[in-house]
Each structure stands twice: as structure tokens, then as C-alpha cells.
Design a protein around this ligand. Sequence first.
Ligand code: SF4
Length: 357
Amino acid sequence: MFFIKIRNTFVWNMNFSKEIKGWFARHKRDLPWRTQNDPYQIWLSEIILQQTRVAQGLPYFLKYIEKYPTIKDFANADLDEVLRIWQGLGYYSRARNMHFAAQQIMNEFGGEFPRTYKELIQLKGVGAYTAAAIASIAYDEKVAVVDGNVYRVLSRYFNDATPIDSSEGVKLFQKLANELIEKENPGDHNQALMEIGALVCTPKNPDCENCPLSSSCEGFNKNTFSNLPVKSKKVKVSERYFTFLHFECKGKIWIQKREAKDIWNGLFQLPMIETDQKMNFQDLKKHEIIESNNVKSIEYRTSLVHKLTHQKIFADFYFVELGNFKENNTYQLIDKIDLDNYALPKLIVNYLEVSNC
Ligand code: SF4
């Protein structure tokens, strides 16, 4: 055993990697993408698990693998279908980027999954974290991953309050992670660190008693871990007001493909009016979309609040009974029972559930 000094902390560098890999061998979760080091499956799982818990992401992983067993199948898939399978996971740009990246692999890499960090990071939607995860797990490249779990473990282990969302923090924790990883089984080292963050060094009530790092963890020994990691910036959240209109007549409804680049690009929603503040019923009745159609009745159904990272959406839903549907270039007329064939934002799915549609 030897000591190295990183900032002001002496660390048992040699034991760190061995301890966590030993723990990982005994405690790792049995997950399908861990059974073989297939870069396609690792990539798929890593993208799905960004901002998503394993329990929620696992069925999606299995659906994609069943539907598209190879990267070639994924590249040839219809984007609308890829988005439909993604429905319910949120952050749809991940699915769009995956589809684009699969085509990049077919066109720019001859159908072979890229093998190095430098090549992997060229793929759309693949950042430093995902490239390091694939390169280390599938190809044994010694590159350290730093994700939310790793930030938490390292900031506590080193008792370091440098904000993890500052450029100084990003550099510092990447440097620490790079210094800790070893040439031998770097993929297991990375997965072990992330697994400890997910299962042991959890945001609240970490299980320090059963942590393989507790004997040398500064945050545990100085009882500072509950204040770590530190973030400096608050996320600015804007508020938006949407009024959705559920036009229905004889089992048919209108839907609209969302082309706006802000959110839900490429997904289908009910016809919608966006306003600066909550729209009142009188204003709705006078709105062009109501006046220009053969409306028999309008009925308020429900209001839902939908939170995204940077936006809070206040949505009101109205059921609009029509005498008949007029010709229209903006909306698509479909049979209501076919709604399942369209990728819908979670907010619309929630509305359909609560209104028993
Ligand atoms: S000892 Fe506790 S605070 Fe330190 S890394 Fe382990 S779980 Fe986290």
C-alpha cells in the first residue's frame, strides 16, 4: 500500500480501486447489459439511464433490444417508432440523438461500433461521460467516468466542497477520478464507483457502515458528508401556460405534430393554445380555433402541472364536441383508438389516463 496526496488529502490510492472492484464483484446488480460487453447494449443502457432510474429504464432497454437487436436495425428504424417506444421516459432528444448516432455508425464507421473514447465522443448525444463508460466497459480503455453518482462519492470521500457545477469543480473531480482509475479492469472500476453512488452513497442517508470506502472517507470521518456535494447555481425555471383542446366527433380526434424546437419536438399533442398567463373560459370561447369550427359544446376537463428541468407547465384541458371536422392543414384527423400508434408527451398521456380516454 502507498499513499498519494491529492489536494490536502492522503488517499490509499492503491487500495481504492481494488476495494471498490471487490465490492462490485460481490454486490453489483444483475442487469442485462452487464452479461456481455456489447458496446451497442452498453450505449443503449447508458443513454436510457441518463436522468432515469434503473427500475424505470430497464423495460425500455428490453423493448429496444427486442425490437432492434443490432445497431443496423436501430439505424434503419423509423424515427416515429423509436420515439413511440421512448414514450414516458421524457427528454426525447435522447431518443432522437440515438437514432442519429446509429446512422452515423452505419455511414461513418462502416457499421462497426467505434472502439475508442476519441471516436465515441463524435457520436451525436454521446458526451464525455457516455464515451468513457462505453470505452472502459466494452474496450478496457483507461478513462474515468464522472456522473452525478461519482461527483457525490468523490466530493464526500475527499471532503471537498468545490461546487460540482462550476468549471473548477468539473476539472477537479475529473482529475481526481483520473488519478484513481487503474489500468486493470477500468470498466469495473467505473461501474463500481457509479454503483456505490447509486446503492450506498445515496443523496440522503448514505449507508456508510456498509461502504467499502468508509475507513478512508474524509466526509464520513469528519461527519460532513450530508452537506456534500455542493452546487452553486439554482436552475432557472420558466412558467408556461398551455390550453389543450380535445376535439372529438364520432370516435375521431385531432392531433398535431409538434415542430417547435423548444420541447417535445416530433411528438404528437392535442391542439394547443399557449398564452402568457392562464387562459380564462370567456377568452377561450372567443378564440379563433373555437369560432371557426362547428363547436357544439365545450367542457372543462382538468388541469395538470408538468415539471421539466427548466420549465413548469400549467396545462388546462377542455373537451370540445364538434358537429363535424372541417378541412384543416394544421391538425391530423385520426381514429381515437389509434392514439397508441403515436408518440405522445407524458403530459398528454397523463391527461388521457385521468380523463379515461
Ligand atoms: S463512507 Fe459514506 S460518505 Fe463516504 S463514500 Fe461511503 S457512503 Fe459515501
